[in-house]
Structure formats: C-alpha cells, structure tokens
Design a protein around this ligand. Structure first.
Ligand code: HAM
Length: 423
C-alpha cells in the first residue's frame, strides 16, 4: 500500500515552487529596504514557551499544537507561530544590549497547527513575519503595517482591506475585562464549555469563539475602544495619523481581537476582499506585544510585528487572477550527435555553467529531433549543436531559438565567444 501525504500539508512542485521563491524574494528585498534582518530559529521549542507567550486559553495552545516528548522526556512543540521564538532568542542572545536599536528582524519558515484543513488553512504552512523590538514609537507600528501592505501591492494585489484596532494598555484591558465579565456572566451557561472556562481566565477570548460567534451577547459586548485610557487613545490616534500620512487606507474595527494573548495597543489584520477568495479572508495578522519580552524573562521591552502565510498570498493572487511573471528560460542547451561529441559536452556543459550560464544537455541518448524538443520544453534561448564533424573541425553551431539564426563558433574558444556574443 502506498503512503500518502499527511492531511493539511502539501507538496510544492517545480512549476509552482517558482511562485513561492518569487514571493519570498520580494519579501527579502522589502526587508532590506525597510532594514529588517533575517533570523532563523529552531522548528521546535520548549512547550512552555508557547504556553507563556501565545497563552494557555487560546485555541492554538488548547487545540492546535503538535506537542511531543523527546527521548530525554522533555516536552517540545513544533512552532505554531514565529513571534515566541524570536522573543525567546532576543532574550537569550541579549539583543536588548545591541548598539543598534530597535532590533528589527524577519523570518520565513514552516509553522504547524493542528487545525481543520480547508482552503487556505493548512496544518503546515509557511509564514513570513517581522518583529521590531525595543521601540514604543507609533511610527514603527505604521512601518510594520506598511511593509506588509507593500509586499501585497508589489505582487499586484489590489483587493485588500486593512483593519486596525487598539487593545489598549494593561489598565485599559483590565477595565474592559471587568466589563466583559459583567456582560457575559449572567448568561454564560448559554455558551460553550471553552467560553465558560475563559470567563474568569481571559474573557476577551470569548469574543474570538468560533462556536458562539452568532450569540446575541457577542454583538452587544462592550468594545475595548470605550475603555481606552488617555495614553492608549493618544497612541492609537498617532498610529492612525501615520497610516494616513503613508496613504494606507484602513478601517477601525473595535471587534478585532487576535487569536493570541500577547497583544496590547495596536492589533491589525489585512484581508482580501476579492470575490471567490473563500471563507477565510485574513491574509496577514499582527500587532503590538509590549510586555512579552519581560514575560519570557527579559527586560521590559516593547515589540510589534506581523506574520502572513505564503499559502494565502498564492490564494489571493489566484482570486485576483494575477499570474506572476516567472522567468523559466535557460541560456543554452547542448545538442550532441555521436558518442565522441556526447563525451565532449560533459566538460563543455560544466564550463558553461561555471561561466555563469544556465545550461543543460541530453542524458537519455536521444535523437537530435528529441533533443531539440527537450530544449524547447526548457525554453532554451540558444541551442549549441555539436556533431562528429564539427568536433573534428573545431567548430560548434549556435542557434538563436527566437529568430532561428545560426552562427558558427570555434569550439576551443566556445565559452569566451558565447559570452561575448550572447552575454
Ligand atoms: P496569526 O494571526 O496566528 O498570527 O497568523 C498570521 C498569519 O498566518 C495569518 O494571517 C495567515 O496568513 C497565516 N496562517 C495562520 N494559520 C494558518 C494556517 N493554518 N494555514 C495557512 N496560513 C495560516 C501570528 O502567527 C503572529 N505570530 C503574528 C505576529 C507577529 N504578531 C506579532 N508579530
């Protein structure tokens, strides 16, 4: 019996993988412009890290983590997201002591969540994310949002909606928390068991419940915006001003609560409103997490970031009918006739590649016509043909595939001449 791929995962094959590379490349270029540096952290971390950061009342921690015991009896978890590990590394590597502040980092890599797979929702997915640690300037909130928006725009996406909210600081959140408890408590038995246990521990999580989404108390729940203290209000206004200064349209949505516990102040999501995108429309999510560094054992440090998955970028591109223009040409295909010529092309091919050209030859002892077909399939710009006679006469023919033009080059100076003529 054959073995299939695990549910919620996918193989990304040649032909498709080029799109991924292009999106990742664009993300890297943008990070260079915005001055975020790459960080690579392990795929698994101690389970406690996620309990402490993502939060033990969240769906991610309660239902979705791939947790296992290693042979030494340690509880480890495949990372469900990237922020916790970046903050762990920030503390462990003492990045708060770096001369350059804030510390601005980005990452790409697979994340794992045991979710119900559907369009746009996988159990292994690739996130690109950024984190800026060490600044509480609202300008950095705007910068982080601008970076995410720029990536989507550079890829050609137009049907985007940015929603922002403020979750306020500790005092604002505590006031809101009280109001939520008062609001839900009298009828809490009408809610699911998760919500019931969240009432005291983390009532804001109730607002994020998928099961009780349509309960009438959800719509009338007190909004965090009514509980922002002056400092939080001023902060949120500044973020909005900067977004407007950057010509980034947004909507304030007081119901936006994110699925992770570490947020305060700015929270945001970028959605696709392209027709046919499907039920899950969130492309990107992020926000501020002042206090998380301290929670993980470092000094009190502000932070903000976002993450987006490449899977959903690809889905959004498809929904907007955008084809990325992928250059899949190769420079030169070597066609050889006869054993001696075939032998000769082994070395010649290698020299071409070392000289900087993408090049290929036949490995299946195929007839000349079939070799030409292979060259066509590979989108070869030039085909160099070497037969026994040319070999003896120290010549090689080069055909420009777009025009059909042929030229004869000296075989012993082929690489230099090919470089000069075709660059
Ligand atoms: P998140 O909202 O859990 O936030 O995930 C961010 C993004 O990851 C989502 O908007 C979506 O694009 C993608 N994503 C999440 N789950 C899946 C899935 N099952 N399949 C495909 N894509 C998915 C975080 O992870 C935070 N760490 C973001 C952050 C960084 N906040 C501050 N810094």
């Amino acid at each position: 019996m054959s073995i299939n791929i695990p549910r919620g995962t996918q193989d990304i094959l040649p032909g498709e993988v080029e799109k991924w590379q292009m999106i990742e490349e664009k993300a890297r270029e943008l990070c260079k412009k915005f001055q975020y540096k790459e960080i690579r952290t392990p795929i698994f971390e101690h389970t406690d890290l996620f309990l402490r950061s993502v939060g033990d009342t969240t769906d991610i921690v309660q239902k979705e983590m791939y947790t296992f015991e290693d042979r030494g009896g340690r509880s480890l978890t495949l990372r469900p997201e990237g922020t916790a590990a970046v903050v762990r590394s920030y503390v462990e590597q003492k990045m708060f002591g770096y001369a350059n502040q804030p510390v601005k980092l980005y990452y790409t890599g697979p994340m794992f969540r045991y979710e119900r797979p559907q369009a746009g929702r996988f159990r292994q997915f690739v996130q690109f994310g950024v984190e800026a640690l060490g600044s509480a300037d609202p300008a950095i909130d705007a910068e982080v949002i601008a970076l995410a928006m720029s990536l989507y725009k550079e890829l050609g996406l137009k049907k985007l909606k940015l929603i922002v909210n403020s979750l306020g600081d500790k005092d604002s959140r505590n006031a809101h928390r009280e109001a939520l408890i008062n609001h839900f408590q009298p009828r809490i038995e009408e809610f699911c068991s998760d919500c019931q246990s969240r009432l005291e521990k983390n009532p804001m999580r109730i607002l994020d419940c998928k099961k009780d989404r349509d309960h009438e108390l959800m719509k009338s729940a007190p909004s965090i915006l009514e509980f922002l203290n002056d400092e939080s209000k001023v902060y949120f206004e500044k973020v909005q001003k900067y977004l407007s200064d950057l010509d980034i349209p947004f909507e304030v949505d007081p119901n936006l609560v994110r699925g992770l516990d570490y947020y305060n102040h700015t929270a945001f999501e970028i959605m696709s409103d392209a027709e046919g995108f499907g039920a899950i429309t969130t492309l990107c999510g992020g926000g501020r997490y002042n206090g998380l560094v301290e929670e993980i054992g470092g000094p009190d440090t502000p932070g903000i970031g976002f993450a987006l998955s490449i899977e959903r970028v690809i889905a959004a591109l498809a929904a907007e009918n955008i084809e990325l223009s992928i250059n899949d040409e190769i420079d030169c295909y070597l066609v050889a006739l006869g054993e001696e010529a075939q032998d000769y092309t082994v070395g010649l091919l290698h020299k071409l590649r070392l000289a900087g050209f993408s090049a290929e030859r036949d490995y299946l002892d195929r007839k000349i016509k079939t070799q030409f077909k292979a060259a066509d399939r590979l989108n070869a710009k030039y085909v160099a043909i070497l037969g026994e006679e040319e070999l003896k006469a120290n010549k090689i023919n080069v055909k420009t595939m777009s025009t059909g033009e042929q030229a004869e080059l000296p075989l012993d100076a082929f690489i230099e001449k090919f470089k000069e003529t075709y660059k």
